[in-house]
Design a protein around this ligand. Sequence first.
Ligand SMILES: [Mg+2]
Length: 125
Amino acid sequence: MIRNWEDKVVVIAEDEQINFLFLKAVLKPTKAKVIWTKTGRETIDVCLSDKIDMVLMDIKMPDINGLDATIEIKKKYPDLPIIAQTAYAMEEDEIASQEAGCDDYISKPIRPDNLLTIMSKFFDD
Ligand SMILES: [Mg+2]
């Protein structure tokens, strides 16, 4: 399936560069515009000041974690889709991400097909 998301802006909230580069590569064929944020604070600031279409939210980040960042962002933009990136087989992460208001979650290590399918639910339906 060819996905064209050139009109979408996706925030990749991820403190580890290698993980960011992987996600950026996965999204490249979709032509989505990517913004990299490395902390929870930075993620909140970008989401509250720019027009954003989706956040791929790492849970474990410096200063404010991904769950608390989600709560802050959802106060202002309840309809902005936020997909939590949870640690492998961490059921607590999945439950906590739902409680924080995340719209969906994907567990690491992230499979490209799986990520794009989840994103499609918000972009292509
Ligand atoms: Mg992290």
